[in-house]
Design a protein around this ligand. Structure first.
Ligand code: SF4
Length: 337
């Protein structure tokens, strides 16, 4: 872990005028990367750091985790401001045409799987790429919480890249630097960095550890060096059918976050109807035989369920103002049970 901090000190000193963009999901790896970069800055002797923490709100983020991330980023901002320091955050959203339900209800896309993962590029990768392009890519360093040990597939792709902590990312004719501060950390070292590096106070390691439960990954926001495979549970969308069982959500429900239950049930239903031939056109978009897009009836059924879900949400927020968010945030930030 200390080596990761030292490597990051050298990186910051090598690019003192760069705009550092840290892709943040709130999961353990991006939290570790954030803590390491901030610890490195404190040790670097630099007097300022142009850092922006970028979070992708897909519109279908797990509401508990989304509330946790947003309130934590706001709290870090307030903490920095009170110390006269800058802490910039940017919440990105996918354009309407790429949003989950616009694609699934509007265009009939079946829910994503590992082999047909249409969602990640539109919901996460493209919004981040566009934001980077707006930032003068030549002077931008993107910090990612990628680790070699995370998966065999990722190991293979990272092993092919001799650059180590520094890598190049090319998107079209754009070219920018990636810095991977936790590349060589194992999971225990990741948690060590979260628990033992000081500050920001707004990051509460125990809260994150409790939230993590069976989540084992983070959905990527940068297609680099290659998009990693989805893990068995992650910080990500509540609609995610790429995982077979959403262990992360089910553990959170077991732990008392009952407001997640309707989302969880919806996701499971979506996953079931995906493979129901009566819900799909008998022909693919390409014209070949095989299960095609959702039928109009299936899309109406999804819309109907979404309607019910949103009525449930607004009913909850009428009877308990901001019930979901304030309870979640209060518990997460340690101000409520
Ligand atoms: S979390 Fe799942 S549904 Fe969301 S973008 Fe990632 S793979 Fe797609």
């Amino acid at each position: 872990m200390l080596t990761a901090v030292e490597t990051s000190v050298a990186a910051l000193q090598a690019r003192p005028h760069a705009h550092w963009l840290l892709a943040f999901s709130g999961g353990k790896d991006s939290t570790s990367a954030l803590k390491i970069i901030l610890a490195a800055y404190r040790r670097s002797g630099l007097t300022s750091l142009n850092l922006t923490v970028v979070y992708c709100d897909t519109g279908v983020e797990n509401p508990i985790l989304d509330a946790y991330v947003k309130s934590m980023l706001a709290a870090i901002g307030a903490e920095f401001e009170s110390e006269g320091e800058r802490f910039a955050t940017k919440i990105l959203r996918a354009p309407v045409q790429d949003r989950f339900f616009v694609r699934s209800i509007g265009r009939g896309y079946p829910p994503p799987t590992n082999s047909l993962r249409w969602c990640t590029p539109g919901l996460r990768i493209r919004p981040v790429s566009r934001f980077i392009e707006e930032q003068d890519p030549k002077n931008t360093v993107v910090v990612l919480g990628l680790r070699r040990a995370e998966s065999q597939q990722r190991d293979r792709s990272l092993a092919k890249t001799p650059e180590g902590h520094w890598q190049k990312q090319r998107e079209g004719n754009r070219d920018y630097d990636l810095f991977l501060p936790i590349l060589d950390l194992q999971v225990p070292e990741v948690w060590d960095s979260i628990f033992w590096l000081s500050g920001p106070r707004a990051i509460r390691p125990k809260v994150l550890q409790d939230l993590y439960r069976d989540a084992s990954g983070e959905c990527p926001v940068i297609k680099a060096p290659t998009a990693p495979p989805c893990a068995s549970g992650r910080f990500g969308c509540w609609t995610c059918t790429v995982v077979r069982h959403d262990k992360s959500a089910s553990k959170l429900i077991e732990a008392g976050y009952d407001q997640l239950r309707p989302y969880f049930e919806f996701r499971n239903w979506l996953s079931e109807i995906r493979n129901d031939p009566s819900m799909r056109w008998p022909q693919r978009r390409s014209g070949s035989a095989g299960m095609g897009p959702f039928t109009l009836d299936a899309r109406k059924a999804i819309l109907h369920r979404i309607d019910r879900l949103s009525r449930l949400r607004s009913l909850k927020s009428l009877t308990h103002p901001n019930a979901v968010r304030s309870r979640a945030c209060g518990a997460l930030m340690g101000t409520r049970d």
